[in-house]
Ligand binder design. Sequence first.
Ligand code: COA
Ligand code: MG
Length: 296
Amino acid sequence: MSPRSYLFIPGDSDKKLAKADGAGADALILDLEDAVAPANKAAAHGKVAAFLAERPADKRTCALWVRINPLDTSAALADLAAIVAGAPDGIMLPKANGPADVVKLGHYLDALEAGAGLAPGAIGILPVATETAIAPFRLGAYAEAPPPRLSGLTWGAEDLSAAIGASTNLDEDGRWALTFRMVRSMMLLAAHAAGVAAIETLYVDFRDDAGLAASCRAARAEGFSGRIAIHPAQVPVINAAFTPSEEEVAFARRVVQAFADAGDAGTVGLDGKMLDMPHLKQARQVLVAAEVRGAS
Ligand code: COA
Ligand code: MG
């Protein structure tokens, strides 16, 4: 089951790396990109490599991902060369221009995995799929030919703003502005069309737990299955929001039971409302998610 929470840890921060295990995240993203100043990149390579080496794949309590620099920079290869031997569970690829970038990264990983004696194809890829101006036009291509290793899709508003010269990504009501709502929805559709996880972007106000919880509930209701976190305090809020609640599980059981009681019927009534196949499918998904998360 795809992670609910992916917590960013700046790869050059000993203090934050030391707090990472205790955060309770389903996945960590050890960052080598924009959370690390250029002067600290080399030190971050060493720290992230050591962090991975101290947590071998068979002893991990959460998935360990690494965000590398964009593929059109020479830093990307240096990042990969420094960390692949530590067998990360996956690579987050920022500023991806489309699935061709994921294919290219996959080829690099093929070679580096072989060099490190790792199982071929073990390392997944999560592209940030809306951070350049061209990227949204290629979202459908992730579904037409899903690249090997594709684990999910996520989106980002900050870099896209910079890429298009937008001075804000919010509208007058404080919601995402139209361009950002549009690419978010397209990413969501592309992820489902490709059959991979849809991961919601970060919530920047890390002291606002109530706002984060409401935003996560909305995202989950729309079809996202997890979210990026930037602060440890966000992790429990995100994990809870992306775990089916007791009420949801109870209702899903009643839906499944109603169809079972009705024999071969394609549609049934429950609490005065019509249910058909999409409702049954959704109920089964809730029960699977609840079982995996131990929430039932
Ligand atoms: N991972 C691990 N530990 C973290 C953390 C993170 N992402 N964010 C904060 N902490 C630690 C702090 O070091 C601090 O530790 P301390 O109690 O030992 O001093 C504690 O949690 C409380 O932090 P707080 O004071 O609330 O926040 P801050 O001002 O130190 O940090 C940020 C705020 C935004 C700079 C920090 O949360 C951060 O670096 N987030 C990740 C940023 C990132 O990677 N961005 C890239 C993707 S957009
Ligand atoms: Mg960015």
